[in-house]
Design a protein around this ligand. Structure first.
Ligand SMILES: [Zn+2]
Length: 86
């Protein structure tokens, strides 16, 4: 297999967002979605007391946002909710 064939064989997984558009999965999110992902992940873990793995499943199944466990973990520290500020 040469390099061109290798590129063509790459499988690009997509997620379908609530607006019906397809986005590449597990890639850099647009800024507004990144903010939303941080806030959602934080809310699920801090407010709803989910484990990171439960939050990961919720993000994927409910919000069509695919995040790695490591990304979710860092999301928790990138966002402050009103409870954090108390
Ligand atoms: Zn918080």
């Amino acid at each position: 297999m040469n390099a061109t064939e290798a590129v063509n064989a790459t499988v690009i997984t997509v997620r379908i967002a609530r607006d019906g558009k397809r986005y590449p999965a597990d890639r850099v999110l647009p800024p507004e979605q990144r903010q939303q992902a941080h806030a959602l992940a934080h809310g699920l873990v801090h407010r709803d007391k989910l484990s990171i793995r439960q939050a990961q499943r919720e993000l994927l199944e409910v919000h069509a946002i695919r995040r790695s466990v490591g990304s979710i973990f860092s999301d928790l520290h990138r966002y402050q909710c009103s409870r954090c500020a108390e």
